[in-house]
Structures are given as C-alpha cells and as structure tokens.
Design a protein around this ligand. Structure first.
Ligand code: B12
Length: 327
C-alpha cells in the first residue's frame, strides 16, 4: 500500500493559533509523534530540526508542518539512516497539507528491511514485549504478533496482557490514524491476532457446554469487539463459560439470545462515542432470575436503567461479572 504523509491540524486544548495555523507544545508534539521531548529538543539544538515558532521567543511551538518534518525524520531513522542524514533529508524537502507520497528508503537511497515504512506504531515508555509487538504489527507480521500475545497470556495472564501490552499499542494505533489518517492495515493485522489468540486462550481454558453463563456483545453499528475478547478470556481464566456474539448486535436479537440461553450476566461494549443509548437497555427481556447487565466503553450515552452496572476497566468488568455468576 503506498504510504501517504497526511498533515492534520491537531485539535487539542493545548494548541494555539500561530499565523493561521494550530501549533502545539513540545510535550504534545512528543506524544503525537511517539518521540521523547528530550529527543525533540536535541534534534532542534543539534540538527536544526525544530519548531518554526517560539512563544515569547523561548517556548517551542510546533506547527503541522514542523510535525510532518519531524515525523519524516523519525521514519528515516527507524529505516536505518543516521540522525544527521535523516535531519538533512527532512530539511531538504517541502511539506504541504494533504497526502504527500513518501518512501523513506528512496529519499536516502538506503535499503530498508521489514520496518513497515512510515506506518510505525510508537511505543514511548513501553517494555521489550510491547516494543516487539509494535514492531511486528508495523511490519504486518501477523504470526509474530500472535506469538507475542500468546506468550504474554501464558506468562502474565489476561488482565496484565490487555492493560500493559495491548492498550498502549491500540491507543498509539488510534492516534496514528487520528493524526495522519493512516495505519488501518496495522490496526486490522493486530486486531485479528488479538482476537485469534484471546479466543484460543479462552477456549483452551474452559470446558465447552451448550449453555453459556455469560453473554458478550457490542452494540448495533459498532464494529469494535476487542474488549469483548478480553472480558471473555478473563472469565475463562476463572473457568466461567461465555458466548461471544461479536460486534454490531441489534438490541432485539440480543433479547432473543437472553430469552433462549438464560445467562447469569450480559456484558455489552460500545466504543464509538454517543452511539449507544443505555436507557434502551430497559427494553431487554426480564427473566427469572434476571441476568445482571454490565456495560463498558466510551460509546454509551445517558444514565443506565436501575440495576445496570458500569465497568470502567477490564479488571472491574471481570470482577462484576464473576461476582454475579458465583452468587
Ligand atoms: C482496533 C480499532 C478498530 C478496529 C476494531 C477491530 C475489532 N475487531 O474490534 C476496526 C478496524 C474495525 C475499527 C474501525 C473503526 N474505527 Co476504530 N479503533 C480501533 C482502536 C485502535 C482500538 C479499539 C479498542 O479495542 N480499544 C480498546 C480500548 C483501547 O479502548 P479505550 O476506549 O481507549 O479504553 C478506555 C476505556 O474504555 C477503558 N478500558 C480499556 N480497556 C477496557 C476493557 C473493558 C472491558 C472496559 C470495561 C473498559 C476498558 O480504559 C480506557 C480509558 O482510558 C481504537 C483506538 C482506541 N484508543 O481505542 C480506534 C477507534 C476506537 N476507532 C475509531 C474510529 C473513528 C473508527 C472508524 C470510524 C474508522 C476507522 N478508524 O477505521 C471505524 C468504525 C467502524 C464502526 N462502525 O464501528 C476512533 C473512535 C473515535 C470516536 N470519537 O469515537 C478511535 C478512538 C481511533 C481514533 N483515535 O480516532 N477500529
């Protein structure tokens, strides 16, 4: 897939208008690029690749063009070029808003391995395993991703694997898409590896029976379902059976599943903001005993009906559900 270098105006409360453009502080620039603030300052001092504007003559303010230049320099370094050569190459080109065809290896005429070109997932402050996963997903190496996730599930368990290994990388992929509108292929490669490995782990950990004690699903119109796999694997770790309905489940069909399987608990995920009205959950069928409904994710709006519990992280979702199931 040809790589495009999209410059987007960052929307952040820490942004300021500079001569008609939005500029950001060194801290925000560092977070967006996945480069330490100290490194950005060094590149500015040593190679002159810095901001085009300073607040009061001292505080660095990075414009979208400055970010694009730094991002380009960073991609060249990751492709194996020296910082000095990368700086010179990045200063020697122009950056305009919109997609700019770009290949770091061609610019410097140096060979590139399977580094993933410019769609490289940033992992500031992450450990060895997370850096390995970021590298494998950036290189579109799905087998490599699966091996790292599987090893982590076996060695540290479901909740730490989700919180420490996967969340930082998923967030970084999300930011890459938001900032540059690229990396969807990386998102797909990693998502599939997560689903496969969490599903395998869950099915190896629980005894298959026809009736599920817990139903998992995400709401209609929402394609996101990774947290459901995390909850499923977390429950399986405790020997709790579940059925995973996948993404985009209409409320009516969910009602049918509840009536037919009589689960002890139902966990519903909504990722896309303001898409799922939690007040509608009152329309779910009431059975005896009533299944406990737990919801999670940033997509929910409105107060949930009485009795519906809200989980804010994986640990609390698994704890709330296992509490009901073991009652
Ligand atoms: C993987 C992914 C996809 C995959 C999903 C694959 C799959 N099988 O699930 C695919 C490619 C399908 C996809 C599609 C889209 N996506 Co998407 N996606 C993501 C990504 C990278 C990870 C999603 C995820 O699993 N998040 C889980 C955690 C990381 O979510 P979180 O909200 O940050 O977690 C918070 C809490 O919920 C809590 N938490 C964390 N884990 C858990 C676990 C549990 C159980 C609980 C209760 C709480 C909890 O802690 C966090 C608080 O800081 C996110 C980036 C992100 N930051 O989430 C974008 C993101 C969610 N996607 C986004 C968008 C815009 C889309 C698309 C519209 C376009 C696109 N990028 O392709 C489509 C939407 C299609 C649709 N109709 O739904 C936006 C949503 C923006 C918004 N305002 O809602 C995000 C945030 C990316 C971004 N920064 O712009 N996406």
């Amino acid at each position: 897939m040809p790589h495009t270098w999209m410059v987007q105006k960052p929307a952040t409360t820490q942004s300021q208008q500079v001569e008609g453009e939005i500029s950001v502080s060194v801290a925000v620039a560092a977070r967006r690029l996945g480069i330490a603030p100290a490194t950005l300052r060094t590149w500015d001092r040593r190679y002159g690749v810095g901001p085009s504007h300073r607040d009061g003559g001292t505080h660095r303010r990075y414009s979208p063009m400055d970010l694009a230049r730094l991002d380009y320099m960073s991609a060249l370094i990751r492709s194996g070029n020296s910082p000095a050569a990368s700086a010179a190459a990045s200063l020697g080109r122009t950056y305009s808003e919109g997609p700019i065809p770009h290949k770091p290896d061609e610019a410097l005429n140096t060979p590139v391995g399977r580094s993933g070109g410019g769609n490289v997932v940033a992992t500031p402050g992450c450990d060895r395993r997370a850096r390995g996963l970021a590298k494998s997903s950036s290189a579109l190496d799905q087998g490599g991703c699966a091996a790292i996730i599987s090893e982590s599930l076996r060695e540290i368990g479901v909740i730490p694997t989700w919180n420490e290994l996967l969340l930082p990388i998923l967030k970084s992929i999300g930011e890459m898409w938001e900032l540059r509108q690229c990396g969807i292929e990386v998102e797909h490669i990693l998502s599939t590896a997560i689903q496969t490995e969490f599903s395998r782990f869950a099915h190896e950990s629980t005894v298959e029976t026809s009736r599920a004690m817990v139903v998992l699903g995400s709401m209609s119109g929402d394609a996101h379902q990774l947290p459901l796999w995390a909850v499923g694997a977390g429950l399986a770790e405790q020997g709790i059976r579940f059925v995973h309905l996948g993404a985009g489940m209409p409320l009516e069909s969910l009602g049918d599943v509840i009536t037919r399987t009589g689960p002890r608990a139902v966990f519903l995920w909504a990722q896309i903001r303001n898409t799922s009205d939690s007040a509608h959950l009152a329309r779910l069928p009431s059975l005896r005993p009533n299944p406990r409904i737990v919801i999670g994710g940033p997509g929910w709006v409105n107060e949930p009906p009485r009795g519906v519990r809200v989980a804010n992280d994986l640990k609390s979702a698994v704890a709330l559900i296992s509490e009901v199931v073991s009652d």
